[in-house]
Design a protein around this ligand. Structure first.
Ligand SMILES: [Zn+2]
Length: 483
């Protein structure tokens, strides 16, 4: 998201200390393995880096089929060597099956199995550096809330690599981390800590080659990039097999979509081009021909939209409301992060918060309505949050975002598919994750209530399975710092 005042941002290499801090406390914060619930066969698997966990049978549960959007009752899942070995009816695969001999067993009765959730918009180091925190420290919040993968959408590239390495070494407390480029921006970059200025199209190719060599999944075009450079970023990114995403302002979203951008970040990257008064961010007109055209162009070209409603709720529109800044999801956040959120809130209140509450509520309703309009036009929505922006709690906020998407008119089955399969697709990871299907990584969430009945049931997590390890969410969360 765009900051509204860059004075607070430190210039220069804000992350110089990240490498030193990354290893801090890693060993003593490692959790013990949670024993599979209701299990009888076998003991809890050994620690994260000690090799693949032993087989695990989730015996006769309800399993979410991301392609059909339905729960398949009485279905078993066999996990072997960290991957899903088989998914089959309970009559064919159960504790008595030969294939399941020696596997630890989870009694699946009354449980609902989802693919691991993916947050499509987070920052791994950006934001956190203002809290004197490093990206590794908040990873347990994601995994403890069933978020088994996170998609970075713009950050310092070497710092992300360090956080990813940390996550890979500690899968029992960390999601998979997928990296993004620096924010490709104008001069000066809006965010000095993570921005990168590309002056001309000729500057694009070497930069994109560097990003590809670093192994990023996503290139992110930011507010100050114009069409000439932006179009070359999209072309060069695609030549390297990268996904190109944008939080746009100088580059009109309609142009970027025509030029082939894959993904639009934040609902206001659509609505900011639909203002009756360009100087009033609240003057969104969704009933104009222009609005219809922009929505249709996005749909026709198949660009995804990642609304990140959470950051508008938490950071921009309602940051001064006690029910927002005092939301129970924030209780567990580290004191350093909350201190930054409190400090930042004072600044935000002078900007977006200066508009009367009724005006801000009107803008929120338009964001929800536009989200629904995009969906109805056939645009695939993603589920991202912008954590850890203020009042956007890593992990818990993904559940809140899903609730907002449901409020915007998205049926629960679509929300769940978006947060799993579609978020995996935008990472080009659908061959590895995003579904409960044989051959994929065994990243799963076991719920105690049916999320198709009520999307809020995604919060009722009994067990998180990460790379085949059955984990107790409370144990994962206990690995996160309080201070
Ligand atoms: Zn962001």
């Amino acid at each position: 998201m765009a900051a509204v005042d860059r004075r607070d941002f430190m210039r220069g290499a804000a992350l110089a200390g990240a490498g030193l801090a990354l290893g801090c406390g890693g060993e003593d914060r490692r959790t013990e393995r949670a024993a599979p619930t209701g299990g009888s066969a076998g003991t809890a698997p050994p620690g994260g880096s000690a090799g693949p966990p032993p087989p695990l049978l989730i015996d006769r549960a309800s399993v979410f089929d991301v392609r059909a959007g339905t729960m398949r009752p009485n279905t078993s899942v066999l996990v072997q060597a960290g991957r899903i070995g088989a998914v089959a009816p309970g009559t064919e695969l159960n504790a008595d099956s030969g294939a399941a001999q020696g596997a630890a067993r989870i009694d699946g009765s009354g449980l609902f199995v989802l693919p691991g959730l993916i947050d499509a918009h987070v920052h791994v180091t950006h934001i956190l550096y203002q809290s004197y925190m490093t990206g590794d420290e908040v990873l347990p919040f994601y995994l403890g809330h069933g978020v088994t993968s996170i998609r970075s959408t713009g950050d310092n590239v070497p710092a992300q690599r360090l956080v990813e390495r940390y996550a890979d070494e500690r899968p029992e407390i960390s999601p998979n981390v997928f990296r993004c480029s620096f924010l490709i921006d104008g001069n000066p970059p809006w965010h000095p800590d993570v921005g990168w200025y590309l002056a001309t199209p000729a500057d694009v190719d070497p930069f994109v080659a560097d990003m590809a060599a670093w192994g990023v999944k996503t290139l992110k075009i930011y507010v100050g990039t114009g069409r000439e450079v932006g179009r070359r970023v999209i072309e060069a990114g695609h030549e390297h097999g990268l996904v190109v995403s944008g939080h746009l302002l100088d580059y009109h979203t309609a142009d970027a979509v025509r030029d082939g951008i894959d993904c639009i970040e934040h609902i206001y990257t659509v609505s900011n081009f639909l203002l009756d008064d360009p100087n009033d961010r609240h003057s969104i007109n969704l009933d104009s021909d222009e609005a219809r055209r922009l929505i249709d162009i996005i749909a026709e070209h198949g660009a995804r939209v990642d609304p990140t409603l959470m950051v508008f709720w938490g950071t921009l529109l309602f940051m001064d409301l006690p029910e927002v800044y005092g939301h129970p999801d924030h209780d567990a956040m580290p004191a350093r992060l909350k201190a930054f959120w409190d400090k930042d809130r004072e600044r935000r209140i002078l900007d977006w918060g200066a508009a009367p509450l009724s005006v801000r509520e009107g803008t929120w309703e338009k964001y929800l309505r536009l989200t629904g309009m995009l969906r109805e036009a056939g645009v695939q929505l993603l589920v991202g949050t912008d954590a850890p922006e203020p009042q956007v709690a890593p992990g818990a906020s993904l559940h809140h975002e899903m609730e907002f998407l449901a409020e915007a008119g998205m049926p629960a089955r679509e929300v769940l598919t978006a947060a799993t399969l579609e978020n995996a697709r935008i990472l080009r990871e659908d061959g590895n994750r995003g579904a409960v299907e044989a051959g994929l990584e065994a990243d799963l969430v076991l719920l105690e209530a049916d999320p198709l009945e009520d999307i809020r049931h995604t919060r009722r997590i009994r067990t998180v399975v990460r790379a085949g390890r059955a984990l107790d969410p409370a144990d994962i969360l206990s690995a996160a710092p309080a201070g």
